[in-house]
Design a protein around this ligand. Structure first.
Ligand SMILES: Cc1cc2nc3c(=O)[nH]c(=O)nc-3n(C[C@H](O)[C@H](O)[C@H](O)COP(=O)(O)O)c2cc1C
Length: 732
């Protein structure tokens, strides 16, 4: 196994270089030629309708008329303008551009034009020579198109995925024979391969229409004519009921009846409407490929230039994306960080040097893989610019996007990581490798990262609903009894009665100066419709200049809002942190400080439930028992009412033996496991920087104290998270 991996990880240099060159050729030729490719393919699609219309529209009868009568007609007409005559029925002919004539009376019966044919004629001219007589250019483009398709084939088999480039590849491979057929037959035509040999000697001499008709009428079998058309070289092509002749100044030569296969295949004329339709589809796919290829390139280059900067940003989200996934996730990552109150820059990694990277406290990297384990194009040569730099100031965490279907899984991400580590950068977390759809891996990455960088990066699933409305402040009361620094508030808001929310959902508050903040809802619309309960801590911090600052969101809610004032809010459902649907499920609620916020709603819901309600075990921690035991009376009443079975409280500054909730959890590990193994659920809510980090450590400790091996501990924790046995809501 190890040997096999080592073998596949070592890139085969030659094959790799070849693929890269092929990709470059494929991409750049196609991009440069895009307008002309589109012109040729679109006109080709239109021309494919010629056999379709001919097949559907005509009775397919071929008429012939006496050649002598045609010669007599031509004699009466001004000779120079006549290049093409064809029969319309047994008694009339069309002299293209001159008129339609009845042969017996010589009367003019039409203007000699066929709008459809002349439209097709113009389109064909565009298709063959761009209306510029530039046959050489269209021929060159044909070779290039074939080259682009073949280079694409050698780039490898497609993978099924719903992206622009995924469709590009699947379309190309799905209809490959048809795609190749069209330019391939065109190339054969330009090389005259498969063409019936024209028995015209070079310099055979010009012949005019009148002479040609006179000579044909005397030629054996030439008495009846279907059509006559002038060739470029001055000779005439005559179609008889049986066979065709080429007439030059000094000879009449029968043309072989062999089909000209490349031409018939290229024009789709070999089976009438069917073959025409096939060619129309082929042409449309060529148009589609040109467009999807060009569009995905435009998107990528645009995306790779995206830069969003904030003043005094401390966190950088940097991305390197080939087809846009890493970029989209980077944008979402930035948004989550901002919601957590962080100042964030979003930049393409390829634009940044060592000094740029060192300017941030932490860097979140999202890097995808392309080619054969290669970094996206935007990082080409980037690693070389870093080599030898001292990057010991840089702290980063990596989400590598890839696909296990390729032999060098997440190779791009690994290359980036390797160079950063080589330059001494510090890695904040283990890298996370996303296989295929990265959404889940991204969430996993964020949840690992959250406690490390001390921010709550809660991903709210899409479609969770977001009902906007106005909330009115009913009441705000300070929770601490003393004046020792912290300030937290219980806040009651009234909202429209129809609004539906559950404890653990989030209330998004629109801030006066723009932006939003999310607060955990501690009530249930089923129990108290139209009333939302929040617990909000006023955030204080010291900025770079040593000045004390207040959090923008929390100061607005805790200090500026006045009773009766109205505010724009919306509900963000957070199914990952709602109480269990089955009210008989035992729940262990672990909260520190304002982390008690959602649990008030859990308790309220259980209090309103019938006697079958399951037990609650609350573990609450804060600083001082006397000052910071939030909602003490209410909680005591719930214990007396039998809603809460057990409360453990820990106060870190009271000088007691145990200071933190996690210490108590470890001490009561056996009891905790008993609750969980009996179907209980464990919820934890608090600051990411404190509880976020220590909580998982406590769980690990409890499981290993219970005799589990490190592997079993890790897999049990994973399983608990996956199955919703343990749920976390940590905030910044
Ligand atoms: C042409 C091509 C080559 C790829 N090569 C690899 C590869 O060698 N290893 C890998 O793990 N993933 C490979 N992938 C998968 C991508 O890395 C994966 O689809 C990723 O999610 C794309 O992210 P992006 O849209 O940000 O570029 C390749 C994808 C494409 C389209």
């Amino acid at each position: 196994m190890v040997a096999k991996e080592a073998e596949t990880i070592l890139p085969d240099g030659r094959e790799y270089t070849m693929r890269r060159s092929l990709l470059t050729l494929h991409r750049w030729i196609a991009l440069i030629a895009t307008p002309l490719f589109l012109l040729i393919t679109l006109t080709g699609v239109i021309l494919a309708f010629r056999p379709i219309l001919a097949d559907l529209g005509s009775s397919a009868s071929v008429y012939s008329v006496p050649t002598e009568q045609v010669a007599a007609l031509v004699e009466r007409l001004p000779g120079n303008a006549i290049r093409d005559i064809q029969t319309l029925d047994e008694n009339s002919v069309r002299v293209s551009g001159v008129g339609d004539y009845a042969l017996d009376s010589g009367a003019l019966i039409g203007d000699g034009s066929d709008p459809l044919q002349s439209f097709f004629g113009t389109v064909q001219n565009l298709h063959k020579s761009l209306l510029l007589r530039a046959d050489w250019l269209t021929q060159t483009l044909t070779y290039l198109m074939l080259g682009v398709i073949l280079a694409g084939v050698f780039l490898g088999l497609p993978r099924i995925r719903n992206t622009l480039i995924g469709w590009h590849q699947m379309l190309a491979w799905g209809l490959l024979p048809l795609l190749i057929l069209i330019p391939f037959t065109a190339v054969l035509m330009t090389l005259h391969i498969g063409a019936p040999e024209l028995p015209i000697k070079p310099g055979g001499g010009r012949v005019d229409m009148q002479q040609a008709l006179a000579r044909v009428s005397e030629y054996p079998g030439g008495e009846h004519l279907v059509a006559i058309r002038g060739f470029k070289g001055g000779s005439m092509l005559v179609t008889l009921a049986e066979g065709r002749l080429v007439v030059t100044a000094d000879a009449i030569t029968p043309l072989s009846d062999e089909p000209y296969w490349p031409k018939e295949l290229h024009e789709g004329t070999w089976a009438g409407a069917w073959s025409g339709s096939l060619n129309a589809i082929g042409g449309l796919v060529l148009v589609g490929l040109t467009l999807t290829g060009a569009l995905s390139w435009i998107r990528r280059t645009r995306g790779n230039q995206l830069q969003l900067r904030e003043r005094e940003a401390t966190t950088l989200v940097a991305f390197a994306s080939q087809t846009g996934r890493a970029l989209a996730l980077a944008q979402d990552t930035r948004q989550l960080l901002q919601q957590a109150g962080e100042k964030v820059d979003l930049m393409p990694l390829g634009n940044l040097g060592a000094a740029d990277l060192a300017a941030y406290r932490q860097i979140l990297l999202l890097v995808s893989t392309t080619g054969e384990g290669d970094t996206p194009d935007s990082l080409r040569g980037w690693a070389d610019t870093l080599r030898g730099e001292d990057m010991s100031e840089v702290r980063f965490s990596l989400l590598a996007l890839g696909d296990r279907g390729y032999s060098h899984f997440c190779g791009g991400g690994h290359q980036v990581r390797d160079i950063l580590l080589e330059c001494g950068a510090l890695e904040l977390t283990e890298p996370v490798e996303a296989d295929g759809d990265p959404a889940e891996y991204w969430q996993q990455w964020l949840s690992t990262l959250s406690p490390v960088i001390g921010l709550s990066l809660v991903v709210i699933p899409d479609g969770g609903g977001c009902e906007a409305c106005t909330a009115t402040l009913i009441e705000r009361s300070r929770l601490e009894q003393g004046n020792d620094g912290g300030e937290s508030y219980a806040i009651r808001l009234s909202v429209p009665e129809h609004l539906s929310f559950s404890p653990g959902d989030l209330l998004s508050v629109k801030l006066a100066e723009g932006g939003e903040r999310l607060y955990s809802i501690g009530s249930s619309s089923q129990v108290t419709p139209g009333e939302i309960q929040l617990t909000v801590g006023l955030l204080r911090y010291v900025d770079d200049q040593g000045q004390e600052q207040l959090g923008r969101g929390s100061s607005e809610v805790c200090l500026n809002w006045q009773p009766g004032s109205e505010h724009a809010v919306s509900i963000r459902h957070h199914p990952g942190f709602n109480p269990p649907e089955d009210e008989s499920t035992p729940v262990v609620l672990v909260a520190t400080g304002c982390g008690i916020a959602p649990f008030l709603g859990f308790i309220e819901q259980r209090a309103a439930a019938g006697p079958n309600r399951g037990p609650i075990w609350l573990v609450f921690g804060n600083r001082y028992r006397e000052q910071d035991y939030f909602y003490r009376d209410y909680l005591q009443r719930q214990v007396e009412a039998g809603v809460i079975q057990q409360i453990d409280t820990l106060f870190s500054r009271d000088g007691e033996r145990q200071r933190y909730v996690t210490e108590r959890l470890v001490e009561r590990g056996e009891q905790l496991l008993e609750w969980l193994f009996q179907g209980g659920r464990l919820y934890a809510c608090g600051r990411a920087s404190t509880l976020g980090y220590s909580f998982d450590q406590a769980l690990r400790r409890i499981l290993s104290d219970a005799g589990l091996s490190p592997e079993q501990v890790a897999s049990t924790l994973d399983e608990w998270s996956r199955n919703g046995v343990v749920k976390r809501d940590f905030f910044g």
